[in-house]
Design a binder for this molecule. Sequence first.
Ligand code: ADP
Length: 252
Amino acid sequence: VNLQLIQAERLAAVGQLAAGAAHEINNPLAIISARAQLMECKEQDEKRRGELALISEQIERISKILTNLMDFARPCPPKLQSVDVHAVLDRVLELMNTGYRKHAINIRKNYDPQMIPIKADPNQLEQVFLNLSINAQHAMEASGGDLTVSTQMIREGRGILVKIQDQGVGISKDNLKKIFDPFFTTKEQGKGTGLGLSTSIGIVNNHFGKIEIESEVGKGTTFTVELPVDITALRPENSTSGPSCPLIMAVR
Ligand code: ADP
């Protein structure tokens, strides 16, 4: 059995339910949000203004989670273009740089000089690598360590691997079975939504790729993303564009 496909189907089912619920909650939430803001503007008492601001802030948080959910539930067909994977990885590492430095995380790059451009959706790939990089940071926050990002051409130039390897806390065998489940998180409240990996696997599936994980508790974790160089050679239809979809942003 193809576990990844079963996972994708489960995600689609959960996603549809979640999207329906999210949509229904969004409308009343927008009204509450507008009223709270209005009250905050009119309020003379500073303490009460602060409390109203807190309400608005938390509504904003719920709203972000809902947006996240709806994006996650709506599988976006990748908008394919020729993508320089190293450029995407560099951009992600650049985004993460401040956080990494703060937590004594060293970036090591081990890029395959033979790498060629692949057909993919650069925004979606960025989202996947960003999620993996954020998780790597969280895993190493306490101890610091090396984050190794490597790439490799495989299958006689028809596929590529991107490995993101951390020296963090690792993942237990029990948790390993659950990490792709939507909403599964071991992170403290406000830090994780448990949607990072489920979103990522959806994107990788849409690219006809796969994700593999090796992990040892206390030693670290390696996520390996395999992608085809030319997805159009694998896809039945040759469509290069789908409906426009917003970027799936993980709320953390
Ligand atoms: P979130 O990051 O919001 O918790 P994810 O779906 O990205 O959601 O990850 C789910 C869980 O998988 C995390 O809470 C964590 O327990 C585990 N995990 C993911 N990546 C790593 C990693 N690199 N090291 C250790 N644990 C990880």
